[in-house]
Design a protein around this ligand. Structure first.
Ligand code: PLP
Length: 221
């Protein structure tokens, strides 16, 4: 299984490069995040040994059990939080993660500001947008996104590096990716975290700077 993940990673990278070139983009402008949620440290290690450095987790507690040991061996790895963040987990998240993709409300922005000042450690932050305006989904409504980014910057003094979205299941993701790119341009931020196993090529065509790929690398969860 370990060799399979390394082989799959190679295939995904090749697809990423082709998608980038097809879009007239330099492949190095797209960061591939290997989403390792539900997979063990043992399953992840071969990818680190093969030189991969960006990984994504969706739960703080699960990541805490897995990553400190790997970080000790690979200090230059970059850990991304791509799942919802509760305010009572902010302390742990700021300590553990290098990039947080799921900033989506003022209360969380406030708690992050306080914790970043306290800990003296500032993860890169992306704002999650509920791009399909789905009632059950996390994220800032599209119409409030530009205002929220400015609030984070001007009121909470947070560096916001970009936007993140998870388009509605079962619909063409392309238009949603394009909407997110337009919102980022309007808000004046560069990062675009969008695209998963089934649609990362479309996301790259729309300008993704970070794609989050799980099952295409690690297999079914
Ligand atoms: C699980 C997850 C992914 C990866 O999904 P795959 O379909 O397995 O590639 C990407 N983004 C988020 C937010 C996730 O929770």
């Amino acid at each position: 299984m370990a060799e399979t993940a390394v082989k799959n990673l190679g295939a995904v990278k090749a697809q990423l490069e082709m998608a980038a070139r097809a879009a007239g983009r330099e492949p190095s402008t797209v960061t591939l995040i290997a989403v390792s949620k539900t997979f063990s440290a043992e399953a992840v290690e071969p990818l680190l040994a093969a030189g991969h450095r960006h990984f994504g987790e969706n739960r703080v507690q699960e990541a805490q059990g897995k990553w400190p040991v790997l970080r000790a061996r690979y200090p230059d790895l970059v850990l991304h939080l791509i799942g919802p963040l509760q305010t009572n987990k902010v302390r742990d998240a700021v300590q553990l993660f290098d990039v947080i993709h799921t900033l989506d409300r003022p209360r969380l922005a406030l708690v992050l500001t306080e914790e970043i000042a306290r800990a003296g450690r500032a993860p890169t932050l992306l704002v999650q947008v509920n791009i399909g305006e789905e009632p059950q989904k996390a994220g800032v409504p599209p119409a409030e996104t530009v205002g929220f980014v400015h609030q984070c910057q001007d009121v909470f003094r947070l560096d916001v590096d970009g936007l993140m979205c998870i388009p509605p299941a079962g619909s063409d993701p392309g238009p949603h990716f394009e909407s997110l790119a337009r919102l980022a341009a309007e808000a004046g931020v560069d990062g675009l975290s969008m695209g998963m196993s089934s649609d990362f090529e479309a996301a790259i065509a729309a300008g993704a700077t970070h794609v989050r790929v799980g099952s295409a690398i690690f297999g079914v969860r």
